[in-house]
Every structure is written in structure tokens, then in C-alpha cells.
Design a protein around this ligand. Structure first.
Ligand SMILES: Nc1ncnc2c1ncn2[C@@H]1O[C@H](COP(=O)(O)OP(=O)(O)OP(=O)(O)O)[C@@H](O)[C@H]1O
Length: 258
């Protein structure tokens, strides 16, 4: 299979700080049909600003993962619109959506999703290699240095701890210099020390590399690493916090019954 050529893999101009890199407007998502239909998102409007680390919080089943998947173009809304930059995702063909995800979005999931037969370095550059894009060596060195993987480049995932594997996944998400990184419970499978390291790396990616990161989490301590938190309940945005501290987040979580 020949990969479609990348249109503009590098040197993209970063969006101005504070502008929305991703947003949804009037977003409703119904999973299933008929008697089994579940409204996971109910008229949600929220924006994720450039150069910021935002948490999406809320009780189990409140729609956090659905929101992340819909704004990242992994799932389609039932009504309303999701935008990456100024691009409305519902107007894109499957191929255009695949290219947009490849070129403009990085993903980190709870399961690290590394390729076991590839080395750390090969895993980090895999998406670029598949896209036929030439890695920007300076950027890759910066990313690999930021996540502290310099001495592990030729190891395979099975030779790494869970925390180290998730660092590889973070480096992979950053490697193509995406406009935005979406992370779904990225510390869910990690002990608290490794989880803290991953959150610290994502924080540095925002502060030092200018990345925009949106993270779904249950954990008030994880949210305390972010610049802002959006709270969902029953598929609706019910609250938001700037500069969340663990105490403030815990207070909101208790109020929402999470
Ligand atoms: N593919 C699906 N088919 C049917 N219902 C779904 C599907 N995905 C999610 N749901 C339902 O939509 C609602 C929101 O789910 P979602 O996974 O977005 O919530 P969440 O806040 O991420 O939950 P958790 O914290 O438990 O992961 C839930 O009631 C869930 O059961």
C-alpha cells in the first residue's frame, strides 16, 4: 500500500496563543438507535485554546471519551459541528479526515499501543515513515530529550517499564509536531510516580514546545497539572475551572458525584 503524500508535515505556523485549536459547537452524539439509544453528548459547546493544557473531567459515563473522540475526528457527531482549527470535520471525506488526523493531531491512549517488533525510535517515527514524511531531526531530538528517552532508542517496548512505554507514546504523539494532542486517560495504567512523569512531560510539551494538549482524566491530581478543566455531567458541560488545584477539583468532583 502506498501512503498518501503528506501535504505540509512540518514548519506549520502555530496558531496564536488563546485562539481555539479545536472546538465543538452544539455537539450532540447519540450512540445506538431505538430503545438502546444513549445520548452521550447533549448540545455541548466548548473550545480548546492554543498553547494550553486542558483537562476534561466528569463522572463515569458523562461523555468525556465521546467528546474527545468526536473533536479528534475518530467518531462523528449526530448533530452540531467539530472543528480542528477552522476546518469543520463533518465536511471532510474519510480520506481527508485520515490526512487531517495524521498531519494535525497526536493521540495518546490509556493502552500504549506501541508496535512490539519496532524499536523506541522506530515507534516514535512510525507515523512519519508511513506518511513518507522526512523527520525533522532537531524537533525529534528535542521531543526525545523532553521525554527522557535518549538512552532507550534501540530498545523494544517489552524491554521498557509501563511508564517508559507511555513516554514513547507521548513522544510518538509529538513527533509530527501536531497542532493538538488528545490524550484519553494517559496515566490510567500507570503507578502514581510514572503517571506524574507523563503529566510532567505533557506539561513541558505545552510550556517549552508550545503544544496544545487536551486530556480526559478521572484523577484530580492529574488535572492539577493542567491550565484549565472542563467538567461534564450527563453529556453536558456543567462547570469549568482555570488553574485547577487538587482541592478545587475534588470539590467539583464531589459536587458532581464523580
Ligand atoms: N459505542 C457505544 N455504543 C453505545 N453506547 C456508548 C458507546 N460509547 C459510549 N456509550 C455510552 O455513552 C455514554 C458516555 O460514554 P463515554 O465513554 O463517553 O463516557 P466517559 O465519561 O468517557 O466514561 P468513563 O469515564 O467511564 O470512561 C455512556 O452512557 C456510555 O455507555
Amino acid at each position: 500500500m502506498t501512503a498518501a503524500p503528506s501535504t505540509a508535515p512540518y514548519a506549520r505556523t502555530a496558531p496564536p496563543p488563546g485562539s481555539a485549536v479545536a472546538r465543538v459547537v452544539g455537539a450532540t452524539k447519540v450512540h445506538g438507535v431505538g430503545d438502546t439509544a444513549v445520548t452521550a453528548l447533549d448540545d455541548v459547546t466548548v473550545a480548546f485554546p492554543a498553547g494550553r493544557f486542558t483537562a476534561i473531567m466528569g463522572p463515569s459515563g458523562s461523555g468525556k471519551s465521546t467528546l474527545l473522540h468526536c473533536v479528534a475526528g475518530l467518531d462523528a457527531l449526530t448533530s452540531g459541528e467539530a472543528y480542528i482549527g477552522d476546518t469543520p470535520l463533518s465536511r471532510l471525506s474519510d480520506t481527508q479526515l485520515t490526512l487531517l488526523r495524521r498531519e494535525r493531531i497526536g493521540f495518546v491512549f490509556q493502552a500504549f499501543n506501541l508496535v512490539p517488533t519496532l524499536t523506541v525510535r522506530e515507534n516514535v517515527t512510525l507515523a512519519l515513515d508511513l506518511a513518507g514524511a522526512r523527520p525533522d531531526r532537531d524537533w525529534l531530538d528535542t521531543v526525545i530529550g523532553t521525554v527522557g528517552l535518549g538512552d532507550r532508542l534501540h530498545h523494544r517496548p517489552a524491554e521498557l517499564s509501563g511508564g517508559q512505554q507511555q513516554r514513547v507514546a507521548v513522544a510518538r504523539a509529538l513527533a509530527s509536531r501536531p497542532q493538538i494532542v488528545f490524550a484519553d486517560e494517559p496515566t490510567g495504567n500507570l503507578d502514581s510516580r510514572s503517571g506524574g512523569e507523563i503529566l510532567g512531560f505533557m506539561r513541558r510539551a505545552v510550556d517549552e514546545l508550545g503544544q496544545t494538549v487536551v486530556m480526559v482524566t478521572h484523577d484530580p491530581l492529574a488535572t492539577a497539572w493542567t491550565d484549565a478543566a472542563v467538567f461534564l455531567a450527563d453529556g453536558r458541560v456543567v462547570d469549568a475551572l482555570d488553574d485547577p488545584t487538587p482541592e478545587l477539583v475534588l470539590d467539583r468532583v464531589r459536587t458532581l458525584g464523580g
